[in-house]
Design a binder for this molecule. Structure first.
Ligand code: THU
Length: 130
Protein backbone atom coordinates (compact mmCIF):
# COMPACT_ATOMS: atom_id res chain seq x y z
CA UNK A 1 0.00 0.00 0.00
CA UNK A 2 1.39 3.43 -0.92
CA UNK A 3 1.54 6.32 1.52
CA UNK A 4 -1.44 7.91 -0.29
CA UNK A 5 -3.40 4.66 -0.03
CA UNK A 6 -2.63 4.47 3.69
CA UNK A 7 -3.95 8.01 4.09
CA UNK A 8 -7.09 7.06 2.15
CA UNK A 9 -7.58 4.03 4.42
CA UNK A 10 -7.44 6.24 7.52
CA UNK A 11 -9.87 8.75 6.01
CA UNK A 12 -12.28 5.95 5.05
CA UNK A 13 -12.40 4.88 8.71
CA UNK A 14 -13.89 8.25 9.68
CA UNK A 15 -17.24 6.91 8.50
CA UNK A 16 -16.98 3.93 10.86
CA UNK A 17 -16.31 6.03 13.97
CA UNK A 18 -18.95 5.59 16.69
CA UNK A 19 -18.99 9.07 18.22
CA UNK A 20 -22.49 9.95 19.49
CA UNK A 21 -21.03 11.88 22.46
CA UNK A 22 -18.09 13.90 21.10
CA UNK A 23 -19.14 14.03 17.43
CA UNK A 24 -15.40 13.96 16.79
CA UNK A 25 -14.61 11.10 14.39
CA UNK A 26 -11.06 9.81 14.09
CA UNK A 27 -9.73 7.22 11.65
CA UNK A 28 -6.39 5.43 11.76
CA UNK A 29 -4.41 3.19 9.43
CA UNK A 30 -1.34 1.36 10.75
CA UNK A 31 1.36 -0.03 8.45
CA UNK A 32 3.35 -3.01 9.72
CA UNK A 33 6.95 -3.77 8.72
CA UNK A 34 5.78 -6.52 6.37
CA UNK A 35 3.30 -4.16 4.69
CA UNK A 36 0.19 -5.45 6.41
CA UNK A 37 -2.27 -2.66 7.26
CA UNK A 38 -4.68 -2.51 10.19
CA UNK A 39 -7.30 0.18 10.52
CA UNK A 40 -9.28 1.56 13.44
CA UNK A 41 -11.78 4.22 14.41
CA UNK A 42 -12.75 5.69 17.74
CA UNK A 43 -15.55 3.87 19.51
CA UNK A 44 -17.28 5.74 22.33
CA UNK A 45 -19.50 4.48 25.12
CA UNK A 46 -22.29 5.79 27.32
CA UNK A 47 -19.83 5.20 30.16
CA UNK A 48 -17.39 7.72 28.68
CA UNK A 49 -14.03 6.29 29.90
CA UNK A 50 -14.87 2.95 28.28
CA UNK A 51 -14.40 4.47 24.83
CA UNK A 52 -11.35 3.76 22.71
CA UNK A 53 -9.28 5.98 20.41
CA UNK A 54 -8.83 5.12 16.73
CA UNK A 55 -5.07 4.64 17.07
CA UNK A 56 -5.28 2.12 19.89
CA UNK A 57 -8.10 0.34 18.10
CA UNK A 58 -5.80 -0.18 15.08
CA UNK A 59 -2.74 -1.08 17.18
CA UNK A 60 -4.57 -3.57 19.39
CA UNK A 61 -6.17 -5.14 16.34
CA UNK A 62 -2.68 -5.60 14.83
CA UNK A 63 -1.29 -7.10 18.04
CA UNK A 64 -4.24 -9.46 18.32
CA UNK A 65 -3.45 -10.66 14.81
CA UNK A 66 0.20 -11.29 15.71
CA UNK A 67 1.85 -8.08 14.43
CA UNK A 68 4.02 -5.92 16.69
CA UNK A 69 6.49 -4.39 14.22
CA UNK A 70 5.06 -1.06 13.01
CA UNK A 71 6.56 1.58 10.73
CA UNK A 72 3.88 4.23 10.21
CA UNK A 73 0.43 5.28 11.37
CA UNK A 74 -1.89 7.76 9.69
CA UNK A 75 -4.38 9.56 11.96
CA UNK A 76 -7.26 11.34 10.24
CA UNK A 77 -9.71 13.87 11.62
CA UNK A 78 -12.27 16.21 10.14
CA UNK A 79 -11.35 19.39 11.96
CA UNK A 80 -9.12 22.28 10.88
CA UNK A 81 -6.38 21.14 13.22
CA UNK A 82 -4.16 18.19 12.41
CA UNK A 83 -5.43 15.22 14.40
CA UNK A 84 -2.54 14.41 16.72
CA UNK A 85 -2.64 11.32 18.96
CA UNK A 86 -3.52 11.67 22.64
CA UNK A 87 -0.96 10.95 25.35
CA UNK A 88 -2.24 7.46 26.09
CA UNK A 89 -2.01 6.48 22.41
CA UNK A 90 1.52 7.89 22.22
CA UNK A 91 2.52 5.67 25.13
CA UNK A 92 0.94 2.61 23.48
CA UNK A 93 2.84 3.40 20.26
CA UNK A 94 6.05 3.63 22.31
CA UNK A 95 5.64 0.07 23.54
CA UNK A 96 5.98 -1.44 20.08
CA UNK A 97 7.51 1.20 17.80
CA UNK A 98 9.78 3.77 19.50
CA UNK A 99 10.59 5.34 16.12
CA UNK A 100 7.13 5.19 14.59
CA UNK A 101 6.27 7.76 11.92
CA UNK A 102 2.97 9.50 12.71
CA UNK A 103 1.16 11.19 9.85
CA UNK A 104 -1.58 13.51 11.09
CA UNK A 105 -4.32 14.69 8.72
CA UNK A 106 -6.78 17.53 9.02
CA UNK A 107 -10.22 17.69 7.46
CA UNK A 108 -8.78 19.11 4.24
CA UNK A 109 -6.55 16.05 3.87
CA UNK A 110 -3.39 18.07 4.51
CA UNK A 111 -0.69 16.32 6.51
CA UNK A 112 1.84 17.04 9.19
CA UNK A 113 4.28 14.27 10.04
CA UNK A 114 6.11 13.57 13.26
CA UNK A 115 8.33 10.89 14.72
CA UNK A 116 7.29 9.38 18.03
CA UNK A 117 10.32 10.84 19.87
CA UNK A 118 9.12 14.28 18.76
CA UNK A 119 5.67 13.67 20.26
CA UNK A 120 6.83 11.71 23.31
CA UNK A 121 10.36 12.75 24.32
CA UNK A 122 12.24 11.07 27.19
CA UNK A 123 9.72 8.27 27.10
CA UNK A 124 9.36 5.24 29.33
CA UNK A 125 9.42 1.85 27.59
CA UNK A 126 9.63 -1.89 28.16
CA UNK A 127 13.45 -1.93 28.31
CA UNK A 128 13.25 0.01 31.60
CA UNK A 129 11.75 -3.09 33.18
CA UNK A 130 14.54 -5.50 32.12
N1 THU B 1 -9.66 10.53 19.82
C1 THU B 1 -9.06 9.60 19.02
O1 THU B 1 -9.66 8.60 18.64
N2 THU B 1 -7.78 9.81 18.65
C2 THU B 1 -7.09 10.98 18.88
O2 THU B 1 -5.98 11.10 18.41
C3 THU B 1 -7.69 12.04 19.67
C4 THU B 1 -8.98 11.70 20.34
C5 THU B 1 -11.07 10.35 20.14
C6 THU B 1 -11.42 10.03 21.55
C7 THU B 1 -12.87 10.50 21.60
O3 THU B 1 -13.69 9.48 21.04
C8 THU B 1 -12.90 11.69 20.67
O4 THU B 1 -11.77 11.55 19.83
C9 THU B 1 -12.87 13.02 21.38
O5 THU B 1 -11.83 13.08 22.28
Amino acid sequence: MTREELKAAAIAMLDRAYVPYSRFPVGAALECADGTVYTGCNVENASYPAGLCAERNAIFHAVAEGHTDFVRIVVAGRSEDFCVPCGICRQVMREFAPNLEIVCLNGAGEEQSFTLPELLPHSFGPEFLQ
